[in-house]
Design a protein around this ligand. Structure first.
Ligand code: FEO
Length: 399
């Protein structure tokens, strides 16, 4: 399978239709590892694929050109879903020189025996002429690894953006105008929320640095290539990196014997009753993957967290989610805690503590119930939902 970005510039990557767990990222639509071949007087490959799929990458390249004709392999990013195939690639391409920045080489040396590799360290000041085309490089540190970099072909105005602007989405199509844009945006958002969010400041700097480049195509290392909706994805990245909120209340909870679930329903009913302009969503943490919860939390202005008490702790999956959210460092939310307990209360107290320590703002008093919630407890939950809904409408501003 291949696809042409421009004359003599082709996609030669791998579509991973059945991957469902990408280092705990729930890839329920699969993934792709995009690699690109540029044929000119000199020939270059940009990025490899996961190690198990390097033979497919080599086959895709061989269908276009003799392997000994490859002069350069560019490594934009050292993470193994792209660099994993480098060892096989550089072994099979006898004349290829690896182009990467100094930081990248440090990471590659940690993964591979690089003693036999031909390597040229490049900097943003370098321009590698291929003939009609040339390669330029933009360092994008911590988007999302220290060595991350973009490669740019000015003659075709194509930006090879490694993970940035990517989506985990297996398709037989290669371009954004060939597939349902709402699904692409949904997956781009999930990708941003789960992979990129902690590095939003660096994303803002990268967007600023790249804004002077004329770009008619963005070719990421995952998912569809942007050629029609570049403005849309760049604006979305600006919003996500800027911590822009939408009027949304996200209720995430875990329950033992449906008492916390009843409180969650009360919060939901209250939030929905307050305003038609607020998107209210309810997610059970054991029935919804953390990937999807994080994707919806990215731009939610208000969040309710609920947990029953188990062994003087919150429910374990709730604890796992909070550990995950602590690392993602979303823009601060308006928040409230709720939950039931039996003979001693802990879940709500721990949720409150996490909310405070994370720097989120309390939008409503915590709601708790001993055993089954009484009507007055449900009413308190409804009131908390209303306050969260109001806070979500009021909080639709960037952090
Ligand atoms: Fe797709 Fe950060 O690797």
């Amino acid at each position: 399978m291949s696809a042409q970005l421009a004359e003599n510039i082709d996609w030669v990557g791998y579509v991973d239709w059945n991957v469902r767990d990408f280092h705990s990222f729930d890839t329920f639509r699969g993934a792709t590892y995009n690699s690109y071949l540029i044929r000119d007087t000199k020939t270059a490959v940009i990025d490899a694929v996961k190690a198990p799929y390097s033979s497919q990458l080599l086959q895709n390249i061989a269908e276009k050109t003799a392997l000994e004709k490859i002069d350069y392999v560019v490594c934009n990013h050292a993470e193994p879903d792209h660099a994993g195939g480098l060892a096989a690639l550089l072994t099979a391409l006898p004349n290829a020189v690896l182009l990467c920045n100094k930081k990248c080489l440090e990471s590659l040396a940690g993964y591979f025996d690089i003693s036999r590799w031909k390597i040229q360290i490049i900097t943003p000041d370098d321009k590698i002429p291929l003939g009609k085309f040339s390669l330029q490089f933009i360092n994008t540190p911590m988007v999302h690894w220290p060595e991350s970099m973009f490669t740019y072909i000015p003659e075709e105005q194509i930006l090879f953006s490694m993970d940035a602007f990517g989506q985990h989405l297996a398709t037989s199509e290669r371009f954004d105008d060939q597939y349902d844009l709402s699904v692409i945006m949904q997956e781009a958002k999930a990708y941003y929320a789960n992979i990129v969010t902690p590095y939003s400041k660096q994303v803002q700097r990268t967007l600023e640095a790249a804004s002077s480049l004329p770009v008619r195509m963005i070719a990421p290392s995952h998912g569809l290539i942007w050629r029609k909706n570049i403005g849309r994805i760049v604006e979305a990245y600006k919003d996500w990196a800027g911590g822009k909120y939408v009027p949304k209340v996200l209720i995430v909870f875990d329950s033992m014997w449906d008492s916390t679930a009843a409180l969650a329903q009360g919060v939901l009913d209250g939030a929905m009753s307050e305003s038609d302009e607020v998107d209210v969503q309810l997610m059970h943490v054991r029935k919804t993957s953390m990937t999807r919860i994080a994707a919806e939390m990215l731009d939610a202005a208000a969040v309710a967290l609920g947990s029953a008490t188990l062994n003087m702790q919150m429910m374990p999956q709730m604890g796992g989610l909070l550990t995950y959210l602590s690392g993602l460092k979303f823009a601060p939310k308006k928040a409230a805690a709720f939950g039931s307990y039996g003979w001693a209360q802990a879940g709500v107290i721990l949720l409150e503590k996490w909310i405070e320590e994370t720097g989120w703002t309390k939008a409503a008093d915590s709601v708790s119930s001993q055993f089954r919630p009484k009507p007055e407890d449900i009413e308190k939950a409804r009131e908390a939902g209303k306050l969260l809904s109001r806070a979500a409408l009021a909080g639709v501003v960037s952090k």
